[in-house]
Design a protein around this ligand. Structure first.
Ligand SMILES: Cc1cc2nc3c(=O)[nH]c(=O)nc-3n(C[C@H](O)[C@H](O)[C@H](O)COP(=O)(O)OP(=O)(O)OC[C@H]3O[C@@H](n4cnc5c(N)ncnc54)[C@H](O)[C@@H]3O)c2cc1C
Length: 43
């Protein structure tokens, strides 16, 4: 079982951080907590 990473904030920085962390360690279990209704997206 991989390590857990909790990221506070689902704006631009949060998902970018998650993607980079996953690239560095694919076994990570990542949870992003966003207080708003929407998370960041890009086309
Ligand atoms: C009016 C305006 C226009 C802009 N236009 C552009 C543009 O055209 N192009 C561009 O590249 N940049 C633009 N920017 C800049 C861009 O919005 C920011 O650089 C970028 O959003 C920063 O991302 P961030 O993830 O650091 O912060 P944020 O986008 O602020 O994301 C932080 C997230 O964390 C969440 N959060 C905070 N506290 C908690 C908590 N306790 N628990 C859970 N979630 C929490 C918030 O809800 C938020 O969704 C603009 C900014 C503004 C204000």
């Amino acid at each position: 079982m991989g390590k857990n990473l909790v990221i506070i904030g689902g704006g631009a920085a949060g998902p970018s951080t998650a993607a980079e962390a996953k690239r560095n360690d694919p076994s990570l279990n990542i949870t992003i907590l966003e207080r708003g209704k929407f998370v960041s997206y890009a086309s």
